[in-house]
Design a protein around this ligand. Structure first.
Ligand code: FRU
Length: 457
């Protein structure tokens, strides 16, 4: 069945059919950006995972390629799970986890590599190393980088036998022989039951360890989704240990739907994509696009900037290439307008924000700014329970700007140039509704609105 307009996403990376999850293998290779993603081409359940593949010359217009990796070998027969990539000696290397389900239902995992000379055909190189003792079979999602001395480092998410999460670090001089260097974190810890999708971002002043710990208990406004993704700031030592404190763990996204992000570095920019979902399996199976045979999307690419020890996520400047003719205006206290398209960008600037306000999007999503608390709360109606639910954050600085990337069934709301981001999916019954309302006692806002369109599909 084809995708209907009602919930289709026009400028995000979605699967042609089936289920998409994590971004994988992000790379710039032979003059093209490559994004791979977890993909079940045969259905909308979490099985048969392969690596879907799209390429682009500008990071916003994408072309589909055939699946890059599919299960085929004894060590990956039940799924090509997540991982990263590197470009070396004119070749693109992919690292992934081979998932194997034994006859008795128990699982095995293997950290594997594959290589390509043209960015299209990949030759599997097989498993790279054994796992150390003291860990369960939940070891997955390898990510590799090179240090300034030319050494290769690989981190992988893991679960210890006492059912706590961890990340392991390996070192290699040739990408073939890997030695285990211990736990990635120097600090003793017990933080969730499994760490998925570890990643590092190396900035000139600091290193950042990003990972997705499962099973953190809810704490006020924090950790409200089933699983979290966040980061700590520190430094990678010469022996490959991350020196940083888990007490500084900070969630990357404040919305309902964000998980398993991955980054890559190109021309000194660090660019990250996430999976725009962190829903329970029940909510996932109730997503209306399941009836059309597909589900989920990646987030937009975000440029990562480390400012005062806080990761900022700025919507990639290349996204401006999608803008069509804009509408510009001002609102004093109250106003209502119609979105030019269901695929649109809305930028709102506030000068000396001195009052609370609310923005009502398509009569469905509410963005509530509380001036006294300097907090933002985003409300949506859950499509499974029909209940209203919210996520909230207290801002670090006065509110100066909101930038919203809207689609027929998603919103990414960037606050103060990426100081905070809320990502969410939502599904309206009246899919033609295009109203937006601004309500306050005395706020003044200058806005710009652009329909967004990509040039190839
Ligand atoms: C995260 C994750 C990864 C795994 C992949 C399987 O969403 O569970 O840990 O490699 O998805 O699709």
């Amino acid at each position: 069945m084809s995708k209907s307009e009602a919930y289709q996403l026009k400028y995000h990376i979605t699967p042609p059919q089936g289920l998409l999850n994590d971004p994988n293998g992000l790379a710039y290779f032979q003059d093209q950006y490559h994004v791979f993603y977890q993909w079940n081409p045969y259905g909308t359940e979490h099985k048969n995972k392969s690596w879907g593949h799209v390429v682009s010359s500008d990071l916003v217009n994408w072309r589909r390629k055939k699946a890059a990796l599919v299960p085929s070998e004894p060590y990956d027969k039940d799924g090509i799970y997540s991982g990263g990539s590197i470009v070396h000696d004119g070749k693109l290397y992919l690292f992934y986890t081979g998932n194997v389900i034994r006859d008795d239902g128990s699982r095995e995992s293997y950290q594997c590599a594959a290589v390509s000379e043209d960015g299209e055909q990949f030759r599997k190189l097989g498993p790279l190393f054994e796992h150390p003792p003291g860990y369960t079979r939940h070891v997955r999602d390898p990510k590799v980088w090179q240090d300034s001395e030319g050494n290769w480092w690989l981190i992988v998410g893991a679960q210890r036998e006492d059912l706590t999460g961890d990340a392991l670090v390996y070192k290699s001089e040739d990408l073939i022989n890997w030695s285990w260097e211990g736990s990635f974190l120097e600090q003793e810890h017990s933080f969730g039951y499994m760490w998925e999708c570890p990643d590092v971002m190396r900035f000139p002043e600091n290193d950042v360890f990003v990972f997705s710990p499962q099973g953190l208990p809810e704490e006020g406004d924090k950790y409200r989704n089933p699983n979290q993704s966040g980061y700590i700031v520190g430094r990678i030592s010469e022996t490959g240990q991350f020196l940083g404190e888990l007490s500084g763990f900070n969630e990357l996204d404040r919305g309902f739907d964000f998980y398993a992000p991955q980054s890559f570095k190109i021309n000194n920019r660090i660019i990250m994509f996430g999976w725009m979902s962190a829903m329970t399996e029940e909510s996932e199976q109730a997503v209306p696009t399941i009836r059309e045979g597909w589900v989920h999307t990646l987030t937009l690419p975000r440029e990562m900037v480390l400012k005062d020890g806080v990761l900022h996520q700025q919507p990639l400047r290349e996204l401006q290439l999608l803008r069509q003719d804009g509408v510009h205006g001002e609102i004093h206290s109250r106003g209502q307008w119609t979105l030019p398209s269901l695929a649109a960008e809305v930028v709102m600037r506030f000068n000396n924000q001195s009052a609370s306000f609310r923005i009502v999007i398509r009569n469905a999503v509410l963005v509530d700014f509380d001036h006294e608390q300097n907090s933002l709360t985003v409300w949506r109606t859950n499509w499974l329970t029909n209940q209203k639910e919210h996520r909230r954050v207290v801002l670090r600085h006065p509110l100066a700007e909101l930038q919203m990337f809207m689609e027929s069934s998603s919103i990414e709301l960037f606050v103060n140039q990426g100081e905070e981001v809320f990502s969410l999916r939502y599904f309206l019954e009246d899919t033609t509704e295009r109203s937006m309302r601004f309500e306050s006692d005395s706020s003044e806002v200058v806005f710009s609105m652009y329909p967004l369109q990509r040039s190839i599909d």
